[in-house]
Design a protein. Structure first.
Length: 533
């Protein structure tokens, strides 16, 4: 039964006409945000016994407590009962083309399938309590395997950065990594990785891209899955800080705690050479996919787009091991213009080479903010490649020779700048500029939001033009967060020394003093730090 068919909708009553004098309120263009906080240790005390007298509507202390929420078994059973009773539809049973009883009986024959469907519903509803309950139930079933559901992909499609941030995604990743067949869940039936779905989440929320532009498998689709969910709580605006923070938290969770391969080939923007004698599959690597995502943000992004968010994603992927030197067979004309020429137009390119082949006449039509962001994006790719091509010994020697007079003091400082996640092979450990930039990006995301219409999307402490000048000149970053010593000490790999979580830092762990503007509690949601057990 097609819920979108005209016949289906004809059975519903039309809404009453709105009086001409009343106008609908336009949605707010302003974001909401979530703030992770560490759990406060306290001594629990039993609540007092409720009074026996009748409830007073004006006195909350006399109200009867809400009953405990139904568990997962009750939730699955309610799905079963509603299928049997046709409670999910206003269509009369006699008008249905198939018997709802048959559906219910089929569900009874496969309780695991019903549990899988119920789990999917809880993820789509972004109900963290229900998701956690269902995870516990699934983990108790030793032989349980997912057949048609890809939980991490679904969580990425329904990402709620202003409500749950990365917490539901984190809970699914950590809990299900011990479920049989977990590794198979990283790539879905369309060949999309979980990272691919995060890229789709960016494009559907912050650009005018259509599904077919992302994957030809979507050619019959008119909208993306989960398009009704706004990552930042505001409909269709630029790739803002709330969205960027949720995306990079998910990236970190996936590659730090599930041990997924960050360099797994992407399933997005997949093409094939139409030359009959060639027929080569043109499949991108993750950083190539991010380059195309950045181009679409610059070309089809919403007002105010500056590419800060996609630069943050690039830095996050690089920190977690994405290799900027990996090449892929690519046809830029096929990617950007849908060229269906039967002549081979592809070549083997690394991400920076791909970025440099984006036509200049296309870039010249972008706003100055987007051009600046694009140049920063390319500069980060260049520096990351230089870092990988640079032996660690050379970096250490340069650092030692940079200030011979204070050599002993410098060595003492360097000894302190190593965190538990540190590795000398990492890109950031060979580039002080990149590690400083990554720390500054994290701090910016923790401390700034656009409070009122007309406010800038980025704080004065993170000036994009100054960042670009510093990167192009090869100098230390000349932005407020760095020059005014607004950040606490961080490791050479960009992690803050005081951070208790390798993915989600807290404001107190990153900031030398309090300067955040996230004090509008009406737009804030406070969340526990993600559980990493």
């Amino acid at each position: 039964m097609n819920a979108n068919s005209p016949d289906q909708h004809s059975h519903h009553q039309s809404p009453k006409e709105t009086p001409k004098s009343s106008k609908p309120w336009p949605p707010s263009p302003l974001c909401r945000w979530s703030i992770h906080v560490h759990e406060v240790q306290y001594e629990q005390l039993d609540s007092p016994e409720p009074p026996e007298n009748l409830a007073d509507p004006n006195d909350e202390t006399t109200w009867t407590p809400w009953p405990a929420p139904a568990g997962i078994h009750e939730f699955a059973e309610s799905l079963q009962d509603n299928l049997e009773s046709n409670e999910f539809s206003t269509i009369e049973l006699r008008e249905l083309p198939i018997s709802s009883g048959q559906i219910a009986r089929a569900a009874k024959r496969s309780p695991e399938q019903l549990l899988e469907e119920a789990f999917g519903f809880s993820i789509m509803a972004r109900n963290q309590t229900l998701v956690d309950d269902m995870i516990q139930t699934i983990r108790k079933k030793k032989d349980f395997e997912f057949h048609d559901l890809f939980p991490m992909h679904l969580a990425a499609s329904y990402l709620d950065g202003s409500g749950n941030c990365c917490n539901i995604f984190n809970g699914i990743c950590l809990a299900l990594r011990r479920v049989p067949g977990f590794r198979k869940l990283h790539t879905n039936h369309l060949g999309h990785t979980v990272l691919d779905n995060l890229m789709i989440a960016i494009l559907k929320a912050h650009t005018s891209c259509t599904p077919v532009m992302v994957d030809e498998a979507f050619r019959k689709e008119h909208r993306f899955a989960g398009e009704e969910v706004d990552i930042c709580g505001s409909w269709k605006h630029m790739f803002c800080h709330t969205s960027a923070q949720a995306i990079i938290h998910c990236i970190g969770t996936m590659y730090v705690f599930t041990f997924a391969d960050v360099n797994t080939p992407s399933g997005l923007f997949l093409k094939r050479c139409l030359n009959e004698t060639c027929g080569l599959k043109l499949q991108l690597k993750p950083l190539h996919t991010l380059v195309i995502t950045a181009v679409y943000l610059a070309q089809l992004g919403n007002d105010g787009e500056n590419l800060f968010g996609v630069v943050a994603c690039l830095l996050s992927l690089l920190q977690h091991g994405a290799n900027p030197l990996l090449k892929a067979h690519i046809s830029l004309t096929a990617l950007l213009s849908g060229d269906e020429s039967e002549e081979c137009s592809h070549s083997e390119l690394d991400p920076l080479e791909l970025a440099r082949r984006v036509p200049q006449d296309l870039i010249s039509k972008w706003s100055q903010e987007r051009i600046t962001g694009w140049k920063i994006f390319c500069a980060v790719l260049r520096l990351s490649q230089d870092s990988l091509n640079r032996p660690v010994e050379v970096y250490i020697e340069d650092e030692a020779n940079s200030d011979e007079e204070d050599e002993e003091e410098e060595e003492e400082e360097d000894e302190d700048k190593y965190c538990s996640e540190h590795s000398d092979d990492e890109i950031f450990c060979k580039s002080r500029t990149l590690s400083s930039l990554w720390a500054a990006v994290q701090t910016e995301l923790l401390t700034y939001r656009r409070i009122a219409e007309g406010d800038p999307w980025i704080s004065a402490n993170f000036d994009m033009e100054s960042v670009l000048e510093s990167l192009e000149a090869g100098n230390d970053l000349c932005i407020g967060l760095v020059s005014k010593n607004m950040m606490k000490s961080f490791c050479q790999c960009g992690n803050f020394e005081e951070s208790r979580d390798p993915v989600c830092s807290h404001t107190d762990e990153a900031c030398a003093y309090y300067f955040s503007n996230l004090d509008d509690w009406s737009r804030s949601t406070f969340l526990h730090m993600p559980y990493r057990g």
